[in-house]
Write a protein that binds this ligand. Structure first.
Ligand SMILES: [Zn+2]
Ligand SMILES: [Zn+2]
Length: 109
């Protein structure tokens, strides 16, 4: 799958507690399939910390992304977990994209 924010950049798989997530080595953004982030946040949030790289960069954040799975235009929504963080969700597959730095913000207490 390609990064929704970087041109021609393939996402790299990373396994967390047996769940495969996809991360962009360039911008630090991460793709979670539906329910993956919620499941990990509920069970082992500290295991997500090594994935939290990059910093939240407004130019990346403002760019509308297409879902890496089905190319639907993703919708920007406030995270239910932390309303100050704007994440992107796919209306088709319900997956979730976090820009670089956003996962780190979600993990802050
Ligand atoms: Zn990227
Ligand atoms: Zn999708």
């Amino acid at each position: 799958m390609k990064c929704p924010k970087c041109e021609d950049q393939q996402l790299a798989g990373a396994a967390v507690r047996g769940i495969e997530v996809d991360r962009c080595p360039r911008c630090g953004g991460i793709w979670f399939d539906v329910k993956e982030l919620g499941a990990l946040m509920a069970s082992h949030p500290s295991d997500l910390k090594p994935l939290a790289r990059g910093k939240n960069d407004d130019s990346t954040d403002a760019r509308a992304g297409l879902c890496p799975r089905d190319q639907s235009r993703m919708i920007r929504v406030r995270s239910a977990r932390k309303p100050t963080v704007i994440v992107e969700t796919c209306p088709t597959c319900r997956g979730l994209w976090l820009d670089g730095g956003e996962l780190g913000e979600l993990l802050l207490p």
